[in-house]
Design a protein around this ligand. Structure first.
Ligand code: AMP
Ligand code: ZN
Length: 117
């Protein structure tokens, strides 16, 4: 049995608020949202960080599926369909859950108080 939090959520061993799911990806609501919309796009395969992504069919399919999910989420946003896509990669960048994921954030200007990229 996996000890990874997101693997447990994918396996439905831990409940979570699902926004979408297909064969390769889940989208859940972040448990501590930083904006009105704060979703996590998570591949079903366990890959700790971007650095662990391999040039294999399985990994390529997973990344493609994450992009597909991202486009669907973006398309379904209300006008002006603005969002931030954030990836914390590695502990020093602030990553806490070592199952790669993308933060999809909308409905708030996250730069209103703090760093501006
Ligand atoms: P990161 O710091 O990039 O690894 O992001 C991990 C994210 O997972 C944080 O924004 C947490 O709020 C979120 N999180 C932690 N536990 C859960 C959970 N059980 N369900 C949903 N989101 C979670
Ligand atoms: Zn995992």
């Amino acid at each position: 049995m996996s000890t990874c939090l997101f693997c447990k959520i994918i396996e439905k061993e831990i409940p979570s608020d699902f926004v979408a799911e297909n064969e390769h990806v889940i989208v859940i609501k972040d448990i501590q949202p930083k904006a009105p919309i704060h979703y996590l796009i998570i591949p079903k395969i366990h890959v700790p960080t971007i650095n662990d992504i391999l040039d294999t069919h399985e990994h390529t399919i997973a990344i493609q599926a994450m992009w597909g999910m991202l486009r669907n989420l973006a398309k379904n946003l209300p006008e002006p369909q603005a969002f931030n896509l954030i990836v914390n990669n590695g502990a020093a960048s602030g990553q806490r859950v070592f199952h790669m994921h993308w933060h999809f954030i909308s409905g708030k200007n996250i730069y209103s108080s703090g760093i501006k990229l």
